[in-house]
Design a protein around this ligand. Sequence first.
Ligand code: NAD
Length: 284
Amino acid sequence: MAVRIDGKAVAETVRNEVRDKTVLLDRERGIRPGLAVVLVGDDPASRIYVRGKKKACEQVGFLSRELTFSADVSEQELLDVVGSLNRDGDIHGILVQLPLPGHINSDLIVESIDPRKDVDGFHPYNVGKLFSGTSYHMSCTPRGIIELLDRYQVSIEGKEAVIVGRSAIVGKPLALMLLARHATITVCHTRTRDLPEVTRRADILVAAAGRPEMIRGDMVKEGAVVIDVGINRAESGKLLGDVAFAEVEPRASYITPVPGGVGPMTIAMLMVNTLNAASLIEER
Ligand code: NAD
């Protein structure tokens, strides 16, 4: 039976470490990290995420600022808001909650963030620098996955890693991060031929497709480490991962549950990035 990777507990440990370092940063250098979250419209999921981020900021002792706008805000107005946050000395991290309404060019908004304050790691500068391993900030969810593997002392080097899903926020950046850690990478997507044949090769299998329970027991090699990124809401309201947990758990060596696996790590890594941003910006 697999070891269940407890993302909730690891996230708490990470947040506690951030809180301790925040106390030190304030004591030694008089810096209190500040995170600004920009929320547009009233998407219920976005509101929940933003609330979670605010709560985490309070727990670790950051200054948190929430800027909310109605769905009809203009692109220029948002550009101006980001511009003023870029210049704001109290704010070290800026996060624009996506998705934005259709009339706003999200790329343009993300690109207007100072890359040093881009704690989501979505700015093309940080995405590009991921290739050389020298970005200011790395995307939080894939970074959280690496952190989970490290905290459970799962070795990555030389392993066959298969990622199902090639999105810009999970699959692609994770592929680069695992590659930097010397894994051999395969990235699968909707047009992958014979997916089970590929997933069965994985020593480390990451499911990030957004398809409830698509990874069945017979798609997983005996002893594989299985990381489930998926968050899917069943009609009953229950949260389902991309992995059929009951079938896969007996075959895996390690497995993340949903909820309580990768999910809590995303916000924890956002706190880490914001703390790093505060050190980075003040050092200039
Ligand atoms: P996305 O829709 O942008 O990308 C999904 C990817 O999966 C695509 O590349 C697609 O080609 C691939 N895919 C879809 N169906 C497939 C199939 N049947 N076979 C092979 N590949 C398939 O999704 P995303 O934003 O990367 O999110 C993926 C999942 O992870 C979602 O459930 C999302 O809710 C969840 N998620 C969780 C967190 C977290 O904090 N835990 C963060 C981001 C996303």
